[in-house]
Design a protein around this ligand. Structure first.
Ligand code: ADP
Ligand code: MG
Length: 329
């Protein structure tokens, strides 16, 4: 049995507009990391609140281990007891010490156990050295860790995280992603994160759900929906792909099957020798270990990645191989 199940879930904030989520159907297995990815306003936070029980669906059912999740009208303290949610603003007491923010989640009936568990949670997240600092004096990434420690100390079965990495820089993001992975793999916590950044889902999730205007576009393993997206929208969101018409595709030597062709930048490579098609370099962008080239052939522009040592300049001729493309209507 899945740990969480959403069946035909609809939630509309007001009857005239389409703000909310519609026709949501998916399930989550225990111990999985699921990422809900979509643009701002696509309904990600709404979905998270529906799972937790902070909102009730207008129709449809949210289930936890086969039982309906109670909505805020049905429960004195809203939110499912076996789940914890970490809101975007972390919801910490910023003028209290990190230690007290975490320990405060436990009752005082067993003070020794309380101290042990708090120390354990802090060690798991490598924040033991921050115990006596006030939250307000911590960095965004450290606050994030305090918020996670505070959430897991009560041993929830499900952890819901709303935009968990939005306040940290990219180097730290990788560390935090590792922490989240450990929560699932070492502690067996089922994790649902929502993010507007597809990279979070791609590198972290077992399953990724793409949301657009409140509707599910598709769901699947990150590799699968990245490499074989059902919808053009997914390809654009995940891969920053370029889209050209079938007519233009023919002009650069492709054989399109439908009206539109989507090409990921990494599928267009500069190739030595005569194997590829000849393009002209219109512009070069230095990206560190690779170059991004804007190239042109018969009036059609493409972006290509050059990972070779050889560098190009404007006006150079470049032989290009296009390893794949996707056809869409
Ligand atoms: P996301 O988290 O993906 O940015 P949300 O779930 O917060 O999106 O919001 C989805 C849509 O619902 C947006 O158009 C938003 O303006 C609207 N919305 C969110 N909360 C409310 C609310 N309490 N009342 C009315 N509309 C809301
Ligand atoms: Mg949101």
């Amino acid at each position: 049995m899945p740990i969480i199940e959403l069946i035909d879930v609809n939630k509309q904030y007001d009857s005239d507009s389409f703000a909310g989520v519609q026709d949501i159907n998916f399930s989550i297995e225990k111990g999985q990391i699921v990422a809900i990815v979509g643009e701002s306003g696509s309904g990600k936070s709404t979905l998270l609140k529906l799972i937790y029980g902070l909102l009730s669906p207008d129709s449809g059912t949210v289930k936890f281990k086969g039982n309906p999740v109670l909505g805020p009208e049905e429960k004195l303290i809203p939110g499912h007891d076996s789940m914890r949610i970490i809101a975007q603003d972390f919801n910490l007491n910023t003028y209290a010490k990190a230690y007290d923010n975490i320990a405060g989640m436990l009752s005082n009936t067993n003070l020794q156990l309380k101290q042990e568990k708090t120390e354990q949670a802090m060690e798991f997240l490598n924040i033991a050295h921050l115990a006596n600092k006030r939250v307000v004096d911590l960095s965004g990434g450290e606050q994030q860790r305090v918020a996670i420690a505070r959430a897991i100390i009560t041993e929830p079965e499900v952890l819901l995280m709303d935009e968990p990495f939005s306040q940290v820089d990219s180097l730290l993001k990788n560390k935090l992603r590792d922490d989240v992975r450990r929560l699932a793999h070492e502690l067996g916590i089922t994790i649902v994160i929502v993010s507007h950044d597809p990279a979070d889902g791609l590198s972290l999730a077992d399953e990724m759900l793409i949301l657009r205007n409140g509707r599910m576009v598709e769901i699947g393993a990150p590799e699968d929906i990245y490499n074989d997206p059902k919808e053009l929208f997914t390809a654009q969101l995940l891969a920053n792909c370029q889209v050209i018409s079938a007519t233009d595709a023919i002009k650069i030597g492709l054989k399109p099957k439908k009206k539109l062709v989507a090409i990921y930048p990494e599928w267009v490579k500069s190739a030595g020798g005569w194997s590829g098609k000849s393009f002209t370099v219109v512009n070069c962008y230095f990206k560190g270990f690779y170059e991004e080239l804007l190239i042109e052939r018969n009036g059609v522009h493409l972006r290509a990645l050059n990972v070779n040592a050889e560098q190009f300049r404007k006006g150079d001729k470049v032989s290009v191989s296009i390893s794949r493309c996707l056809d869409f209507d």
